[in-house]
Design a protein around this ligand. Structure first.
Ligand SMILES: [Fe+2]
Length: 189
């Protein structure tokens, strides 16, 4: 039984009440709610650690403060695409290695070594694709919620998700399609 308190951890790096804190907490809650709603209606729910899903969903974007993303109020030095690797580093340092894996593997629908080379991404050359059902579910749920600088974020329609993933590559869209079917019974073209 873990003693992880996501809000307490977030408060170590984000000033409670600040716009970035509010956006991060709202986004984490939205992704957690989406993931838990899906789990509640899925045969996969029985095999999932739902407490972990909720905690890790709350923490998956904790690394953004280390990135240079002024529109989100983040004054770090790293490119935004590094926020997963950075979040993993932050949580691993606390001993939260499984939560850290979610951070590292949730960007896009996961990033492969081939993607890193093809797009010349400033990331360590290793596969960062969700592997466990919990990692896959949080990554999937996250795709529906954008952080756009306002606390309440924005819900993304499937068409918008399709467009952005196809722009990266068919393999990315196909991974999302598989999850949509497995988690929600949705058949996408
Ligand atoms: Fe996210």
């Amino acid at each position: 039984m873990t003693q992880t308190d996501p809000l307490e951890i977030i408060a170590r790096f984000y000033a409670p009440g600040s716009p970035t804190w509010a956006m991060l907490v709202h986004h984490g809650k939205a992704v957690a709610r989406k993931a838990l709603d899906i789990a509640a209606g899925s045969p996969f729910a029985k095999s999932l650690d739902l407490q972990f899903v909720e905690e890790a969903a709350m923490l998956h974007d904790i690394g953004i403060f280390l990135t240079h993303t002024p529109e989100l109020g983040c004054a770090g030095v790293h490119p935004y695409v590094c926020h997963g690797v950075l979040g993993n580093r932050v949580l691993r340092a606390m001993g939260l290695t499984t939560h850290g894996r979610v951070c590292e593997r949730h960007v896009g629908v996961g990033i492969s070594v081939e993607d890193i080379q093809r797009f010349d991404l400033p990331l360590p050359p290793r596969d960062m694709i969700p592997e466990t059902p919990e990692e896959e579910l949080i990554c999937y749920a996250d795709k529906f919620h954008s952080k756009n600088g306002v606390p309440e974020g924005r819900y993304k329609a499937l068409e918008e998700i399709e467009k952005s993933l196809k722009a990266i590559g068919e393999i990315h869209w196909n991974r999302f399609r598989e999850w949509a079917f497995r988690f929600e019974g949705i058949r996408l073209n």
